[in-house]
Every structure is written in C-alpha cells, then in structure tokens.
Design a protein around this ligand. Structure first.
Ligand SMILES: Nc1nc2c(ncn2[C@@H]2O[C@H](COP(=O)(O)OP(=O)(O)OP(=O)(O)O)[C@@H](O)[C@H]2O)c(=O)[nH]1
Ligand SMILES: [Mg+2]
Length: 420
C-alpha cells in the first residue's frame, strides 16, 4: 500500500475550518483510492508560489518529512499546474499528485460499464493533454535547455496527436452509446410509470436506500464513489402501484471539471426524473455544505423545477431521540428522516413519494368485454394497472390514470370499489 502525505494551502486565514473539512474529505479520497495517509501538512500563505504552489521553505520541510516518514506519495488538496507538479516532483524526488488525479483514479478503479470506462478515460486524457510536457517521465526530464531540440519536440507532438485522436474516437463511441440510451429513455417517457432519482453527496447512503426500496443488492461501501454506473429498478407500493427508481454516481465539492464534462450525459438523466430524492448524511459534520454542493450541481445541470424530497439518512447513528427539525417543508417538497440501514422511516418516505408521483392520478375500476382487444392492450400505455381479473366474458381492471386520459374509456368505468 502506498503511503501518502496530504497538503493543504490556505490563502485566507478565515478559511481554517473549511481547510480542515476539505482535508478530512481528501483523506477519505486518498484511502478510497487505496493509499494510506501518514500525515497532514497545512500552510497559510497569501499567494500561491508559481513554481512550488506552496512556499519553497515549506517544500523543503516536506522534502525532509518524506524521507523521515518514508512516504511514497504527496497529495495536494488543490489543482496543480504542470509546472508546479514537475517542480515539486523534482524537489521531493517523489510522486506528486493533485486532488483531481485522486478522484480520476478512484473513478478509473470503479468504472464497470463500457460507457463508464470511456467516460473516465476521456476525463483522464483531457486532464493529461495540457500536462504532457510537465509529467515526470524520462522524456520530460529532458525538457528545456540544450538537447531538447527537434526529436523530443517531435515525439511530444506525436503523443499529443495520438491522444487527440483517441479523444475523438472515444467521443464518437460515447455518442453512439448515448443515442441508444436516449432511445430507451424516450420509450420510458412514453410509459406512464413515473421515475424517482436518488441523488446526493458521495457516501450519503444512496445505494443502501436503493437496496432497501427495491430489494436489490447493489454494492454499498464506506469508500467514496462506490457507485459509478447508473441503474434503474422498480419500487412496489403496498396498494399495488409502482414506480421506477434510479441510483447513480455521488457528488462532491470541487468536482473536477474533466469529470463533469465526461459524465454530463449520465447526470443529465436526472432531468427526466419526476421526483428527485436528495439523500443527506445527517451524521456528517459537513452535511450543510454538502447539501449546498449537491444543490449547486443540480442547478448547473438545469434540474430546477422538479419536485424533491430531502431525505435525512442514518438516524440510527444519532445519539438519542433528539427532536428532528422539519423546516422548509412543503407538500410538494417534503423531507423525511430515516435509516436506510434499519428501514426505520421507509414507510413514511414511500407515502411521500406516492403523494408526489401519483398526485394527478386517480384510481378507476373498469370492465371491458374480452372481444375488445384493442382497448385491453392499450391500458399499460397510459395507465398503471394495479390489478386485473377476468370473468367468462370480461376483463376487470383496477388502474391508476390521469382522469383526462380515461375519458375515451368512460363507458367501461364501474363503481365496483367494494368488490376488489
Ligand atoms: N449507520 C448507518 N449507515 C449507513 C446508512 N445508510 C448508509 N450507511 C453506510 O454509509 C456508507 C455509504 O453507503 P452507500 O449506500 O454506499 O452510499 P452512496 O451514497 O451510495 O455512496 P457512493 O455510491 O459512494 O456515492 C456505507 O458504509 C453504508 O453502510 C444508515 O442509515 N445508517
Ligand atoms: Mg452508491
């Protein structure tokens, strides 16, 4: 296991608290990427050093620490320029990476689907391209000064061209995959069955809740970004109605722009949701700023007027039954306190989901003669069939539908409630 030192630079003394929070998150990221954190180093400095990012004196200090603690890796809680990364690697004689690279690394380890893998590769290449001269490779060590004439430049030019070609190729493949998904989505849109989407900060408990609601067995883990590939399953409600639920990649503050771009198509699926279920880890000391970060990303994606439920998760970890705040609740945008792990509060969530998703639908009872084949086959296209049964001559259906869409079938509507 690689051993890492993690470094944070504040340019503003007032940001002490934010610095500690950000470093706690970086520690989680480094561990999720598979390394061990040996120590944390903070520096306050009004300006970034163009060559070393931190001050040169601090860099020397860290150089000694690397030897002393036998670190293999130094991770900066920021985005480094190629020059800074090279300057630091030369000074430390050790690997130096930034926050973006750590996140890209985790994504690369987790991607399973073809689309996910291509998206991560695209993000990595876009990160690499402007840094091609700056990496600590044998090649770039020659960079600058005598002897870096024609051949080296030519080699770099070739590398850049090959990367550019690969980027074009990946983009083309992704477009094809995404076209297919758009088709599937259109079909789903035509169906009357509504879609709820789980969103939230990484590690909030989305997949745990997904499993609880859909009886699935998706990977749940204390590692950050355990989920990358989106998935959709059905939730069944006790009255026989149902909806779809999607689970997807978690959000994080300072999400690298390369990943935002590459995963845009995945994230844009949220625009299709009829309800956004925002899962919040109530036990995190940073839950407020995490909520803000998630809301910012949602609004950047244009997900603004979709009804949402705020789901405060992990209440089983709260010290005792402390009164839980229920503020800023509306019928359209309620909140729920629950434990995705124990199942406490799930019934409440399901009821609120039903209120939102089926708000415009009513229950109807119909009796249709078996001879009317067209009518029978059309029901699933515009209604949610809750139950069906048959007599010798007729089909009888209990269904949920928009009163406007059922007008055509008015002659078949029955009273019949008590007989079901
Ligand atoms: N105690 C407790 N732990 C929970 C609860 N819900 C989730 N967890 C834990 O929180 C961690 C993260 O859960 P996940 O469901 O993987 O979280 P996620 O939001 O899907 O995370 P990413 O996919 O990484 O973005 C795991 O260790 C879960 O066991 C809960 O209600 N109570
Ligand atoms: Mg997950």
């Amino acid at each position: 296991m690689e051993k890492a030192l993690i470094i944070h630079l504040s340019t503003n003394k007032k940001e002490k608290h934010a610095a500690a929070e950000s470093m706690q998150e970086l520690r989680g990221l480094v561990e999720s990427a598979g390394a061990e954190v040996l120590d944390e180093v903070y520096q306050f400095r009004p300006q970034k050093n163009p060559k070393y990012f931190i001050g040169e004196g601090k860099a020397d200090e860290i150089g000694l620490m690397i030897q002393d603690r036998e670190a293999d890796l130094v991770v900066f809680d920021h985005v480094l320029t190629p020059i800074q990364q090279r300057g630091l690697e030369d000074k430390f004689q050790s690997k130096v990476v930034d926050r973006t690279q750590i996140i890209l690394d985790i994504f690369a380890q987790r991607a399973l689907s073809r689309e996910g893998k291509l998206q991560v590769e695209l993000a990595q290449l876009n990160y690499l391209l402007p840094r091609l001269t700056g990496k600590g490779t044998a090649l770039s060590r020659l960079g600058g000064g005598i002897g870096t004439g024609g051949p080296v430049e030519k080699k770099l030019e070739e590398d850049r061209r090959r990367i550019q070609e690969r980027i074009t190729h990946i983009k083309r493949s992704l477009r094809k995959i995404q076209q297919r998904r758009t088709e599937q989505r259109k079909n789903r849109k035509k169906s009357p069955i509504p879609l709820a989407s789980l969103v939230g900060y990484t590690n909030a408990g989305k997949s745990t809740l997904f499993n609880q609601l859909t009886q699935e067995n998706r990977l749940v883990s204390s590692q950050l970004f355990a989920t990358l590939d989106p998935v959709i399953r059905r939730i069944n409600f006790s009255d026989g109605s149902y909806c779809y639920l999607s689970d997807t990649v978690g959000f994080i503050k300072k999400l690298p722009v390369e990943l935002k771009t590459a995963f845009r198509a995945t994230l844009e699926e949220l625009l299709e949701a009829d309800c956004i279920c925002h899962v919040i880890d109530i036990t995190s000391s940073q839950s407020l700023s995490q909520v803000e970060a998630v809301e910012r990303i949602l609004s950047e994606l244009g997900v603004v007027d979709v009804p949402h439920i705020k789901i405060y998760n992990k209440i089983d970890l709260l010290p005792e039954k402390q009164p839980l705040l229920q503020k800023n609740q509306t019928l359209e945008n309620p909140s729920v306190y629950l434990s995705a792990q124990t199942g406490e509060g799930i019934t409440d969530l399901k009821a609120k989901l039903q209120n939102i998703l089926f708000k415009d639908l009513k229950i109807f009872y119909l009796r249709i003669p078996k001879s009317n084949k067209i009518a029978i086959h059309s029901f699933p296209k515009w209604s949610i069939v809750l139950k069906r049964r048959e007599t010798i001559k007729d089909y009888e259906l209990k269904l949920m539908a928009d009163p406007k869409s059922i007008v055509k079938y008015a002659p078949y509507i029955q009273g019949g409630e008590e007989t079901w």
